[in-house]
Design a protein around this ligand. Structure first.
Ligand SMILES: [Mn+2]
Length: 405
């Protein structure tokens, strides 16, 4: 059997206000062609289909038209979708009855109190129609989904659910069937991306140990971390997001993962690089003074790309103490170029005398709203906050500390 593992599409995502629709559409076209050419039997989608619990109509249209086209182009393909932490579990589940006809199995909500839950065990068919694998598809577990009795500890509750479900699946699978898992969680030891994955739980430990996945699981298809990586063993894997979802991810090898089964065993694993539909780059690669950045921007030479596929650019610039805001100059340098300016990141020059003089280490006393505010305004404008700003700040502070009115 040939299976394909993907996750973290984040359809509907905006990157600093720029929509990713055309990039997502290009990815899904590419994915369809791969499914067809490689004669994939099952596509596993490990959560974060959408970027938000309330995705735009356009994002939903992309998703449903992909499922419909996959059903037409690959008449034997089975698709299993679980909800991630960005998805609305109920929204993922809602079209279940209709999608069944397309051989698409959706699992949005984990129903509390039903462990082990037969609904989570999806039988995947071989080409001859026999059952070749039993897939345990466990959507992202919210703290409220977890069974009681773990003292409210999130990671332990998740581990208990997985243990029970794996045990139940082991009890019913036939010896020639592979046991697989599809999940959306943070595995201990996984490398997280800056400014990307939203934390699963606020406070407390959210990462679960990979020892959760016993040897009997031939492959564990995970979603949540955007960097493709294996956790401990080649059979336990994050396939990563197919597109960079922040500038911190532009150096990643974005991919989907094909794996094959020989009976109950994992036979091969192959990472397939996803072509990047639009260039995403930092200019320059590290912060430089504005005078050095401008010629680099002026030298950027991109041929015209269709709307929505133009390069996304983050400009890195040094801004010394008292320098004016460089944004207008940077925008002017890019004016007329076929690029999308996503962000300008300015930092103080690291080696200048004024950096150390103007940025002394914060003392504990300064970690209070008022001195922090004063310091921020001084850093950004080079002068003391004017009276009207103090007035507005005071009103906000009063509301924050004592509530409205
Ligand atoms: Mn994600």
């Amino acid at each position: 059997m040939r299976l394909l593992h993907t996750s973290d599409w984040h359809l509907g995502q905006l990157l600093h206000g720029h929509d990713r629709h055309a990039e997502h559409a290009a990815f899904l076209d590419w994915l369809l062609a791969e499914l067809q050419q490689r004669q994939i039997d099952a596509l596993l989608i490990a959560g974060d289909i959408f970027d938000s619990a309330n995705p735009s109509a356009e994002a939903q249209r992309l998703y449903y038209s992909f499922l419909a086209r996959a059903g037409r182009c690959c008449p034997r393909l089975q698709i299993v979708v679980i909800a991630g932490n960005h998805d609305s579990p109920l929204r993922i589940d809602a079209p279940q009855a209709v999608l069944q006809a397309l051989r698409v199995h959706v699992l949005g909500q984990y129903r509390t109190g039903t462990t082990p839950n037969p609904r989570l065990r999806v039988a995947l068919q071989r080409r001859d129609g026999s059952i070749g694998a039993l897939l345990l598809a466990i959507p992202f577990l919210r703290p409220g989904d977890l069974p009681e009795g773990h003292g409210g500890a999130y990671a332990e509750g998740v581990a208990a659910v997985y243990r029970d479900e794996v045990d139940a699946a082991l009890a019913v699978r036939e010896p020639d069937q592979a046991l697989l898992a599809l999940g959306h969680l943070h595995a201990l030891g996984g490398q997280v991306s800056e400014h990307s994955e939203r934390r699963l739980v606020i406070g407390g430990q959210e990462a679960v140990a990979a020892s959760l996945f016993p040897e009997e699981l031939a492959y564990v298809a995970l979603g949540h971390l955007h960097l493709a990586q294996q956790i401990g063993a080649p059979r336990i894997r994050y396939c990563g997001s197919p597109l960079p979802l922040s500038f911190s991810e532009i150096g990643y090898p974005h991919q989907v993962v094909e794996f094959t089964l020989d009976g109950a065993l994992l036979a091969s694993v192959e990472a397939i690089a996803v072509p990047r539909p639009a260039p995403i780059l930092r200019v320059p690669a590290r912060h430089l003074p504005l005078a050095d950045v401008l010629p680099l921007l002026q030298a950027l030479d991109f041929s015209d790309a269709p709307v929505g596929l133009q390069p996304l650019i983050e400009v890195l610039v040094e801004r010394a103490w008292g320098d004016p805001d460089p944004a207008a100059t940077i925008r002017a340098a890019l004016d007329g170029k076929p690029v999308r300016l996503a962000a300008i990141k300015a930092v103080r020059p690291s080696n200048s005398a004024d950096a150390s003089a103007s940025a002394p280490r914060l003392s504990i006393d300064e970690l209070k709203p008022t001195p922090l505010f004063e310091r921020l305004v001084r850093e950004q404008t080079g002068s003391e906050p004017p009276a009207e700003l103090w007035q507005a700040f005071g009103e906000l502070l009063a509301i924050a500390e004592h509530g409205q009115g």
